[in-house]
Design a binder for this molecule. Structure first.
Ligand code: SAT
Ligand code: MN
Length: 580
């Protein structure tokens, strides 16, 4: 492999700080992956699963205090505090280097440091970007093999010697007291210490492909988003592509792999977590999936909720923190109705239902995207796929209707900026608390969110046919706490209506919040849902919305006069339409 001298220097510098006993450059080969697996089986980092039912698949049990992203320990270390904005934790670069430097000092002594050149995005795409990360975790290296394109291909895509994001990762002592996830956008640098968990440690994913990439995207005029990408094929074979933002552990993977219930309609998966979107020379928005695999939430994945994911993880999969059956098969809550007897829980103890779930609620599978039965034939097209619809979805028990459409681009950006959601197990902390989460990017936007809204607004006029923007909420409940909409595969009915809206045929009524489907506009063939329930799922009352808009104004206030006037203006228009 020909390594550039700047990449070499970067790795040498990281080695001088962390003092590993040896440095190994990764080439991304199958032999390399196999030897990492061998090593982890030998030292107990991995357990082999049943070779007949789950060939070449493994279970990893993480440290019990290292099971999710730790947002309170995640910082944007831009030079100016205002450039990180009020929704990010900020630390001055010098202070951050001093603090983390103390934790990195000789942290790898007696250990191997792997240097991983990786590419985010398909080979041959001008939208793809390279990184070089070092780590002392074999689990991280094997996971990077699955989630990114590792090896020479990264160097081939560098447009200059310094055209890569540098990442330094060490497990440290895994203590949350000595854990920091730091981003230095001006230096194209990521430092992460004290965690081996996916979102904290696979630096290509959230740290690079969202936090640093969003900063670069702002400067270069594109968007790095927390979005799945899917194509919906109609009975005539025409495919309409969507990108959809939803918070972590809120159904992105399920929607990305959805199996259609509607005769003749079929969904194709392009990505399940991240979309990089550019405007092409014709003014068309195009998206690539920067990742190569899925790092999906296991609980509630079943032959019913996501048959494609179940088929994807039949082989060559690394499971993290799931439960184990006596026949060495993975198991998690929601996979089968009844838990099998004799389970070991995610920490390897005989499962006692009184002590909580058998699988950790944020347990995961890591697997190549190409194994997914619904993977789109063109998912690695260097040009990306043309996006006709953008979807903002969140998890809200109340207020937000099942689906509605923005009046125009600016209104759609407002709807994205107004998102709030109930928290999930994907982050450490309390589950089910409502928090603001514009565009599902609150944990991932690497710069001031007021500027981020401006970036979104500025995209609209550059697009010849701006995608229609939709807001969805699969999670609304009735007074008894039961979901109003069945979700999962029935969500294709909602996607079909969106395709009809994009083509100008779908029926809708105009309301203060946007265009809402009329009850007869949705294809409900074969679905047993009362019209009253559907009407309730689509309801939008001033009594719910006006207080919600007041709350939203409070959130916007935190940005001061950096918030684009268009956002305030659209808020005022919405209030006026409600008669408030
Ligand atoms: O843990 S990750 O950040 O990689 C996944 C997620 O929370 O969206
Ligand atoms: Mn995610």
């Amino acid at each position: 492999m020909s390594v550039t001298s700047l990449a070499e220097k970067f790795v040498e510098h990281a080695a001088s700080m962390t003092a590993p006993s040896r440095v190994v450059w990764c080439d991304g080969s199958k032999a390399e992956y196999d030897s990492l697996i061998e090593q982890m089986l030998a030292d107990g980092t991995l357990l082999a699963l049943n070779e007949h039912t789950h060939p070449s698949s493994y279970l990893h049990r993480s440290h019990p205090s290292d099971v999710a992203r730790t947002e309170q320990l995640t910082f944007i270390c831009s030079r100016g505090r205002d450039d990180a904005g009020p929704t990010n934790n900020w630390m001055a670069p010098a202070e951050a280097k001093a603090k983390a430097g103390a934790l990195f000092r000789r942290a790898m002594r007696g250990r191997t440091m792997w240097a991983i050149p990786y590419l985010m995005g398909p080979a041959g795409s001008s939208m793809s970007r390279a990184g070089v990360m070092v780590t002392d975790s074999a689990y991280v290296v094997a996971s990077m093999h699955i989630m990114t394109r590792v090896g020479q291909v990264a160097f081939q895509h560098m447009r200059a010697e310094d055209d890569f994001i540098g990442g330094v990762h060490s497990l440290g002592d895994l203590s949350p007291e000595r854990r920091l996830i730091l981003h230095f956008p001006e230096e194209k640098l990521i430092w992460s210490v004290g965690s081996g968990y996916g979102g904290n440690a696979l630096l290509g994913k959230k740290c690079h492909a969202l936090r640093i990439a969003s900063w670069q995207a702002r400067q270069e005029g594109w968007l790095a988003e927390h979005m799945l990408i899917l194509g919906l094929e109609d009975p005539d074979g025409r495919v309409t592509y969507f990108a959809a933002a939803m918070p972590s552990a809120s159904g992105k993977t399920n929607l990305a792999m959805v199996v259609s219930q509607l005769p003749g309609w079929r969904a194709w998966t392009v990505g399940d977590d991240i979309a990089w979107m550019h405007v092409d020379a014709q003014g068309q928005l195009r998206a690539i999936n920067p990742e190569r695999g899925f790092f999906g939430v296991a609980p509630n994945t079943s032959p019913n909720t996501n048959p494609n994911a179940m088929a994807t993880v039949r082989a060559n999969t690394i499971f993290t923190n799931v439960a184990l059956t006596p026949s060495r098969e993975p198991w998690w809550e929601g996979m089968t109705k009844e838990p099998p007897r004799g389970l070991l829980d995610w920490q390897g103890r005989p499962w006692d239902p009184a002590s909580g779930p058998a699988a950790h609620p944020n347990s995961r599978f890591t697997v190549l995207a190409e194994q997914c039965p619904s993977i789109a034939p063109n998912w690695e097209d260097p040009q990306g796929v043309p996006i006709s619809g953008l979807i903002f979805g969140s998890r809200r028990t109340q207020v937000i209707p099942l689906v509605f459409e923005a009046f125009d681009w600016q209104h759609g950006v407002f709807l994205g900026s107004a998102m709030s959601t109930e928290t999930t197990a994907a982050i450490t902390g309390k589950v089910g608390v409502v928090r603001r989460d514009p565009m599902a990017m609150i944990p991932f936007c690497g710069y001031n969110m007021a500027d981020y809204f401006q970036q979104w607004l500025a995209m609209g006029p550059r697009l010849t046919r701006p995608p229609k923007i939709f807001r969805v909420n699969w999670f609304r409940r009735d007074a008894d706490g039961t979901f109003l909409w069945p979700g999962y595969r029935d969500n294709v009915r909602i996607l079909k209506w969106m395709v009809e809206r994009i083509r100008g045929t779908g029926r809708a009524e105009e309301r203060p919040i946007g265009y809402v489907p009329t009850v007869d506009a949705l294809d409900l063939g074969g679905l047993d849902i009362g019209r009253e329930r559907l009407r309730e799922a689509l309801r939008s009352d001033a009594a719910d919305w006006l207080p919600a808009l007041d709350d939203l104004e409070g959130f916007y206030g935190g940005f001061g006069n950096r918030l684009p006037v268009e956002i305030y203006g659209t808020l005022a228009d919405t209030r006026r339409r409600f008669g408030g």
